[in-house]
Design a binder for this molecule. Structure first.
Ligand code: ZN
Length: 317
């Protein structure tokens, strides 16, 4: 069993930082604004992390917690007065596939919602393929637990030799109720288990959201809507699609750390605000974690496995 676990872990991450092989462009409309937006994800030469570039103004916004501005129903970044909202699904696709160094050109103010999941982003990124940036992949390794709590909701991250998520939602709604899912993330598992889970809302909340000017672009084409009798959509993609989408959101929000992380992340009834609160708590407690360079594995004498999203990586000499 330990061998299986070790093998899973070794296979779970790339030792070198990854970027895209070529640029990809996606057009769509924002969920909340219903405004058109074109996004081009471009490769970079250096390990710069994920950075958004607002094309009309040339404003560069690193995907980092310090630039988070608003967390009501979506994750919004802001710098120098420029706001970019609903960034979390693209961030989830990038982080889930371990493509951690790109520049994201955006010509609007809200990223396209597409089908409400990360699947169209995943497909586009995979079609572009990946390439490595020379040097070790740096990640945050937890040494001590960090916890945030508010109004009965809580999140905790504890030391764990991989990136493991355990998420519970508990909705006072007959069509959702209590759902729990747990998994150790790899690019393959992200794509298979989480990537296609769609965003969701309750039918009873739609009128309120519209009154606040939100969800103007929302439809059954890009969200699951739960009525008291069940989903209004014809089918769900997973029986527990709701909790899987929360995990997808969490993967995207954790990317705001600015680096991949190894730890067991537990979330109970959380959402964007609490996801980002955990990120801020981790960054505010540097004694609770340390930097780890993936290349260290190469010095253990164990065989080193590589895998790419769509390319085999050469072994370093
Ligand atoms: Zn979402």
């Amino acid at each position: 069993m330990w061998l299986v676990k070790w093998f899973e872990r070794t296979m779970s991450s790339n030792r070198h930082p990854q970027t895209l092989r070529r640029a990809v462009t996606i057009d769509g409309r924002g969920l909340h604004s219903n405004l058109p937006c074109r996004v081009t994800v471009r490769p970079v030469e250096q390990a710069t992390g994920i950075q958004f570039l607002h094309m009309p103004t040339g404003t560069l916004i690193p995907a980092r917690a310090e630039h988070v501005n608003d967390l009501s129903l979506a994750t919004t970044l802001c710098r120098d007065g420029i706001r970019l909202s609903t960034v979390e699904h693209l961030l989830a696709a990038l982080a889930g596939l371990e493509i951690e160094h790109v520049i994201v050109e955006v010509d609007g103010t809200e990223l396209p919602i597409l089908d409400g999941s990360a699947a169209p982003w995943v497909q586009a990124l995979q079609e572009a393929g990946t390439r490595i940036i020379p040097g070790p992949r740096r990640l945050i390794r937890m040494l001590h637990p960090v916890e945030v709590r508010k109004d009965g909701k809580w999140m905790r991250i504890s030391p764990y030799p991989g990136f493991r998520l355990r998420y519970t939602i508990d909705f006072d709604h007959p069509a959702i109720g209590r759902q729990t899912r747990e998994l150790t993330l790899t690019p393959e598992k992200f794509q298979r288990e989480l990537g296609s889970a769609r965003t969701f809302c309750l039918e009873r909340d739609i009128e309120f959201m519209r009154s606040k000017g939100l969800a103007k672009g929302g439809s059954l084409e890009n969200a699951v809507v739960f009525s008291a009798d069940g989903p209004l959509n014809e089918t769900l993609r997973f029986e527990d699609e709701a909790v899987r989408h929360k995990m997808l959101d969490l993967v995207g929000d954790l990317a705001l750390l600015g680096a991949p992380i190894h730890g067991l992340v537990e979330a109970h009834a959380a959402g964007h605000a609490m996801h980002v609160a955990l990120v801020e708590a981790i960054l505010a407690n540097p004694s609770s974690w340390t930097w780890q360079e993936e290349e260290e594995k190469a010095h253990t004498g164990r065989p080193v496995f590589h895998h790419g999203i769509s390319d085999a990586h050469p072994l370093p000499a």
